[in-house]
Ligand binder design. Structure first.
Ligand SMILES: Cc1cc2nc3c(=O)[nH]c(=O)nc-3n(C[C@H](O)[C@H](O)[C@H](O)COP(=O)(O)O)c2cc1C
Length: 384
């Protein structure tokens, strides 16, 4: 019998072959924003591994919108061709290539995570990775020792709205079929949404409507720049998880506003606003801990929802779909652990003959795997 995880989903004119999604996974491995062979292998193996929808990592719409020197970018036409090569490959495997567009705001000019996640330091500067001017809702750094951003004025915001729209057009030219606006994890658009990081007192701050204004302008511009028959996703931090921060109630209001703008899917993450450590009580971790956010968005707004966060097993994913908690299931670090996760999950959820199971694999692997499975079955359990 068919499973929910491996049932197709149609969003506007796009049909995704199954509900197993690879979410954006930044590799910090680009030079001047250009995709290279690492990105091809990183994303290509997930398409080979049976995922229906494969998201690129966050791609910065402006050079100064990068988190680190290693981020991907789409701030020039030159960035299109290497991304197109990857999108084209993903499509050859029957998967759908998707892209996340973002701007880091005050979380820009940082070290790569494995170098410390702090502001750029002497080691990076020595190899030519110097800092750049960063921007945010207000001139408040993310923490002590970090660069102070400039508060964006009207012209600065208009330039960014424009860059997102241009980025969306370039993404389409690169062959991506779905686009996601990154409004989560403490990056620029989240910095405008959250009362922790947006203390402006003009029409782009203050109450919820003011704080949502700029992100909604960006989303509206992306929707207008993106083909009518292709879906727009928005990733949110459903809650900040800090006292006085963004709440689920805010997320519902934001989702309702996004729905009127023609957003198709809300990708429900959480956290990342950072800033003051005072009163910070991070969102408690547990398996599938962000599923309730997706479920609430879906139930209260009627929008499709993507769930993400410590979803590990095929039955866990299937149960979430069966319970109506989400429409799409994103598998991040578990996909890095096993890029063939989706092929594996299909075999678990839709058991059949060995032949049936491996018929879903790319023939370059499946033909051999089926014969190997028969040998293993005849030999008995392999030695440890
Ligand atoms: C290496 C790595 C890079 C990430 N990069 C991004 C990113 O570019 N954009 C984003 O929205 N989330 C990013 N995330 C968050 C993931 O998309 C996902 O939400 C998170 O890993 C939780 O899902 P998981 O438990 O299945 O890994 C990243 C996570 C990891 C581990």
């Amino acid at each position: 019998m068919g499973s929910l995880l491996f049932s197709p989903m149609t969003l506007r004119g796009l049909t995704i072959p199954n509900r197993a999604v690879v979410p954006p996974l930044c590799q910090y491995s680009a030079t001047e924003g250009m995709a290279n062979d690492w990105h091809m292998v990183q994303l290509g193996r997930f398409a080979v591994g049976g995922f229906g929808l494969v998201f690129s990592e966050v791609v910065s719409v402006l050079r100064e919108g990068r988190i680190t020197h290693g981020d991907l970018g789409l701030w020039s036409d030159d960035h299109i061709a290497p991304l197109k090569r990857i999108a084209d490959f993903i499509r050859t495997q029957g998967a759908v290539p998707a892209i996340q567009l973002g701007h880091a705001g005050r979380k820009g000019a940082m070290q790569r995570p494995w170098e410390g996640n702090g502001p750029l330091g002497p080691d990076q500067v020595a190899r030519g990775e110097t800092t750049w001017d960063i921007v945010s809702a207000v001139a408040k750094p993310i923490g002590d020792g970090f660069l102070t951003p400039a508060a964006l004025d009207a012209a600065g915001m208009a330039r960014i709205v424009d860059a997102f729209a241009t980025g969306a057009k370039r993404a389409r030219a690169a062959g991506f079929e779905a686009v996601e606006v990154h409004c989560a994890h403490g990056y620029l658009l989240h910095q405008f949404l959250s009362p922790i990081s947006n203390t402006r007192n003009d029409s782009f701050g203050g109450d919820l409507a003011g704080r949502m204004r700029f992100p909604l302008q960006v989303i509206e511009a992306v929707r207008a720049a993106w083909p009518e028959d292709r879906p727009v996703f928005v990733r949110i931090s459903s809650v900040d998880g800090v006292d006085g921060g963004w709440t689920m109630e805010d997320s519902l209001a934001f989702a309702h506003a996004m729905k009127t703008l023609g957003v198709d899917v809300v990708d429900c993450s959480s956290g990342g606003i950072g800033g003051s450590a005072t009163g910070s009580k991070r969102v408690p971790r547990g398996y599938g801990f962000q599923l309730p956010y997706a479920a609430e968005i879906r139930r209260e707004t009627g929008l499709a929802a993507m769930a993400v966060g410590l979803i590990i097993g095929p039955h866990q994913a299937e149960a979430a779909l069966a319970a109506g908690e989400a429409d799409l299931i994103a598998i991040g670090r578990e996909a890095m652990n096993n890029p063939n996760w989706a092929l594996m999950a299909r075999g678990v959820l839709e058991p059949g003959t060995t032949e049936d199971v491996f018929a879903c694999w790319p023939p370059q692997h499946g033909w051999w795997m089926e014969k190997r499975a028969a040998v293993i079955e005849a030999l008995g359990a392999p030695p440890g």
